[in-house]
Design a binder for this molecule. Structure first.
Ligand code: SAM
Length: 218
């Protein structure tokens, strides 16, 4: 569906004020954010707010991340065309759709079956192969498809899951919020070097839903 004039002006505002205005510079990321119809990923009663720079509820107590955070995490992941990318926490599929604008090799894991099913219906028409989305605990990564050039995690564990570090290529980037509601969370970018060592950058304080084990989805 083509955006209406109202949507176009809301998209323009999101790009100029919330993304470029806060330091997002990569033209490919800005183009991806302008292209993916965020209003198609939120519940119909939220569509009027789809382009606001705010997280919105998507059901099951979960949220679609605010556009700035989606753009920031995508930029930090430094995705090149042809890169293999893993996303942990598909949610409504919006971040997945943004990643698909940058590379076709996107894999995504969601722990809640109902959210995964909704996301699958949205993402298959956008080019995500059916076997690139699975239900499960993403903190274990996806060893069958590893290694990945970039891994993005959109729910916060208390500590960085070791399997995700192991499943990075040399030079690969893990972008992940870490912490809890008491100590606070930091968005980290962890880069694996050619010798298998890691360099961690602390980017900004963030607030994500917790990363939960598969058996605790109720
Ligand atoms: N990526 C989404 C977007 O585009 O807006 C946002 C997802 S929401 C902030 C975080 C998601 O992570 C939720 O859908 C939640 O069910 C999921 N999640 C939580 N723990 C998980 C786990 N261990 N493995 C996979 N997904 C998990």
């Amino acid at each position: 569906m083509n955006p209406t004039a109202t949507d176009r002006s809301a998209i323009e505002r999101m790009l100029r004020v919330h993304l470029e205005g806060r330091g997002i510079r990569d033209p490919r990321v800005l183009h991806a954010m302008a292209t993916v119809p965020r209003d198609q990923f939120v519940p119909s009663e939220m569509r009027a707010h789809a382009w606001d720079d705010a997280p919105l509820p998507i059901g099951q107590g979960q949220t679609i991340s605010q556009p700035y955070i989606v753009a920031l995490m995508t930029e930090l992941a430094e995705i090149e065309p042809g890169d293999r990318v893993l996303e942990v926490g598909t949610g409504c599929g919006y971040q997945t759709a943004v990643l698909l604008q940058l590379t076709p090799h996107v894999y995504t894991i969601e722990v809640r079956p109902e959210l995964a099913e909704q996301a699958r219906r949205r993402l298959e028409p956008l080019g995500l192969p059916p076997d690139h989305l699975r239900v499960g605990d993403g903190s274990r990564g996806w060893p069958e498809h590893a290694p990945f050039d970039a891994i993005l995690v959109t729910a916060a564990p208390r500590t960085v899951p070791q399997p995700l570090l192991e499943q990075l290529t040399p030079g690969g980037r893990l972008v992940i919020p870490v912490g809890d509601e008491f100590s606070g969370q930091q968005l980290l970018r962890i880069r694996k070097d050619q010798e298998g060592g890691f360099a961690t950058e602390s980017i900004i304080p963030v607030r994500f839903v917790p990363l939960i084990p598969e058996k605790q989805t109720d």
